[in-house]
Design a protein. Structure first.
Ligand code: COA
Length: 179
């Protein structure tokens, strides 16, 4: 997948992204609100990147590499993580390196992913999940136009503790009413 906004450029990962991929996967701060366990050796990161790329080749789903258009720097990752082809719905997600937080990048790429899902993949519904205490991510989803549909109590377990998860969604009808 290749997508652009005024600020950002998103493309499929390739193996030569390993150094950037490892920087993201080994940054503890990025994974505070996630079940993902940071990776601290390049061999494991290489394997994860390889698996991600083969899944992407098979079904087109998964995180893609995100770059700044102006500087060409790697910012993090975003993408359509999964698609339920029976019900025509998909899940979006993003993870950015801390030095790029607070610039509106996650909102920018989320809006673009939502547009792509409705206008190119022709889905009926776009969804996203964020831990309730991940205030920044919940804010991103709200700013992107997704609606908070419910809070799933103790839906996830991170480092031995249960957390509530906010479930966001937007239907095709609601999207095209506003766009
Ligand atoms: C969550 C994340 C993607 C946000 O990226 P970002 O590019 O900084 O997001 P944006 O700049 O588009 O928007 C962030 C919003 O959250 C707000 N925000 C950030 N931290 C906040 C906090 N602690 N309390 C309240 N609001 C907060 C910002 O002010 C901004 O809202 P505003 O525009 O109304 O001021 C980024 O912090 C990240 O990658 N975190 C680690 C990985 C992660 O949590 N991924 C998502 C898993 S669901």
């Amino acid at each position: 997948m290749k997508l652009e906004t005024d600020l950002l450029f998103l493309r499929d990962y390739v193996m030569s992204d390993l150094e950037n991929f490892y920087r993201l996967k080994s940054c503890r701060e990025v994974w505070n609100y996630s079940t993902f366990i940071p990776v601290f050796d390049t061999a494991t990161a290489k394997n994860e990147l390889k698996n991600l790329i083969s899944k992407q080749t098979a079904d087109g789903m998964g995180f893609c590499a995100l770059f700044s258009k102006s500087s060409g720097e790697y910012i993090g990752e975003a993408g359509i993580l999964s698609c339920n082809t029976n019900a025509d719905r998909c899940v979006i997600g993003y993870n950015l390196l801390p030095s790029f937080w607070g610039n509106g990048y996650a909102t920018d790429i989320s809006k673009r992913l939502i547009k792509y899902a409705f206008e190119n993949l022709n889905v009926e519904r776009v969804e996203a999940l964020a831990m309730k205490n991940n205030v920044a991510s919940c804010r991103v989803l709200e700013k992107s136009g997704l609606i908070l549909e419910g809070v799933l109590k103790h839906f996830t377990k991170v480092r031995g503790e249960y957390f509530d998860v906010c479930y966001y969604g937007l239907t095709r009808g609601d999207y095209f009413e506003k766009n």
